[in-house]
Write a protein that binds this ligand. Sequence first.
Ligand SMILES: Cc1ncc(C[n+]2csc(CCOP(=O)(O)OP(=O)(O)O)c2C)c(N)n1
Ligand SMILES: [Mg+2]
Length: 776
Amino acid sequence: MAEPAVIDRTDAADFAERIACLEALERRALWLATWTIHHANHVRANRDGLKVGGHQASCASSVTLLSALYGHALRPEDRVAVKPHAAPVFHALMYLMGRQSREALERFRAMGGAQSYPSRTKDKVRVDFSTGSVGLGVGVTLFASLVQDYLQTHGLLAASPGRMIALIGDAELDEGNVFEALLEGWKQDVRNLWWIIDYNRQSLDGVVHDQLFQKIHSFFGTVGWNVVTLKYGKLLEEVFARPGGEALRRWIDDCPNDLYSALTFEGGAGFRRELERDFASDIGVRRILASHDDGALHRLMTNLGGHDMETIVEAFDAAGRSETPTCFVAYTIKGRNLPFAGHKDNHAGLMNEAQMERFQADQGIAPGEEWEPLAGLDRAMARRLAVFLDGSKKSVAPRNQALSGLLPVPAVATPAGDSLSTQEGFGRIMIELAKAGGPLAQRLVTTSPDVTVSTNLGGWVNQVGLFARAPHSDVFRERKLVSAQKWLRSPEGRHIELGIAENNLFLLLAALGLAEPLFGERLLPVGTVYDPFISRGLDALNYACYQDARFLLVATPSGLTLAPEGGAHQSVIAPLIGLGQPGLTMFEPSFVDELAVVMAWAFDHMQRPDGGSVYLRLSTRPLEQPKRQLDGATVTAGGYWIREPSPEAEIAVVATGAVMPEAIAAVAKLGERHARIGLLSVTSADRLHAGWIAEPGRSHIDRLLAPLARDAALVTVIDGHPATLSWLGAVRGQPIQPLGVASFGQSGDIPDLYAAYGLDADAIEAAAERTLARRR
Ligand SMILES: Cc1ncc(C[n+]2csc(CCOP(=O)(O)OP(=O)(O)O)c2C)c(N)n1
Ligand SMILES: [Mg+2]
């Protein structure tokens, strides 16, 4: 294991040198971060009149913590999520460590430049976790620690375990996903986690609740975390030891957040007025006041733990000896050292030209030297810092971009059976993959938010077992109580069972799907969820895709085919999510031979550098299975003719998913009156659409529709929102009637519901006739 950078406090000179270098680093990082934002807003040409933005106050509150983290505590095997609004500090630190280019800083928030919020895919420096949507960057670190444990117990972790670290804004704790993750983490016994809260007690709109820290203590304590509070810096601690010090400490402890913020903004004179009034007869406090001029008093009263380098370094070192998850509550000041320090409106505040000039002069930076890494330091300090940075930059070495080779995808046989649902087919294919074994199957890992059995992963789990760091026996099995399900937990298990929270599912899929870039070993995650509840974790799904995590999402059951479950469980808009979500390719197969082809494609696609994640929309509706040889290439391209249209056909029914029997029946009836008719099976509206917008006129759907008459009537059918397929009318300008579900469902059986929502064979037939009539 790499030695933690724990300082030998017995060598006082060494310690003092390190603190001096870290403080110089902090000073440089604050300047560069604020200058980067200033440059983007006030120096760089602006072509569109938009405010460019950036968060100087949020940077200032986190700069001491981030400097201590990157300059001192970080080990090469650690991974970090930086709160979104501190991106400029992160970029500045990477610049100072020689990892970030000046051009990227000059183009902060411009195309090709450093991103507004750290981005794994768009930034050119190594970003371990993207952030932006607050709360998600926090949660993902917890699931990354779980993935790290999984890799370790499966013999796949080459290095010693690192810490998964999040530097987070205090308002991020308002996001429910953080608490969903905490509870799951407790169940999974996670470790090697650091959450460092930049406790500036301000959010976007204002000042946060006074007693929040108490709640933080109890929440984190409840789930077994260590909580380390960094409230006061060394200056204050030293004054607290003097006569009157205890009273002063009590005064600060009792000071409401909004008053403390306002006084911080007002400066030393404001603090003095307030303290003189409250301590008119306390000689000790008055002596303390007398021994500080206004500037010194302001420095003293704002000397919080999260800005005291020595305090932070000691806390990080102490925590570095334990693998228990640790939450640091680091008191900070939003906008510290900047003119709007403490002001409740400072979140998006920018220093104006005059303020920036003053700040630059205070920093001793000559005009023209704004981008110089070590400007404003005296020569000796600059040299010492350069040496120091050279020593600490190994912890932020660039990621090895090259992915390992593709694991070959074994043949995925079509499950046998006359009548099968796609969900059942999925479960059987997973069992076969487990039984066959091999390099790809070894890397498959599944997860589900308490719907493992009801999404048909039970058989797979019986084969591979549940993952847990410590083995647990299956009591039902030991007591010989009959159950179809083995529920044996062990470090070798390959299914990670989650509680119901869908946010956690997607954050875990994000972390599993980043196993290779984060930890050097590829995993092929498969997550199952009920289709309607994708929406519950949608932002986390988007977040996973935004980071280019690779996974297979199996959403089942779906649509009205959840019939007796009623409208609360029937998904309507999920296919539109599949169509619209970047980084995620949706398939909705009707038959299990299509599914087998699609799953093989998915396992390949998930591994390709230019690939992505895959979403399968499946159903529990059993369908009669065709006996045929399928052309796999057309299935993965998005569709094929089940009934070839004759040349110049005047009608085509286009169907996707579980509603195919209705389409087949309608085509049979229509065929009695119209000889020239086709039935198109769409396996992926998403693939067809993507191909069409990339190459209109030459795409797979263009070729598929080419045999039809120019004005042939199209009827599209989906058990989901009709807009998924309605665009097909634009491919060749054909009249179209899209059928689907655009309102809430209700309980029923499939015949009743398909009739009520206009998806049964009669409705399809009538729609075809109407559309034909319309064109005449
Ligand atoms: C999910 C989400 N909702 C809203 C926002 C808009 N927003 C950005 S920052 C912020 C407040 C952040 O406050 P805090 O986390 O305390 O950060 P700091 O004070 O350190 O800037 C909000 C509401 C967002 N980025 N993400
Ligand atoms: Mg805050």
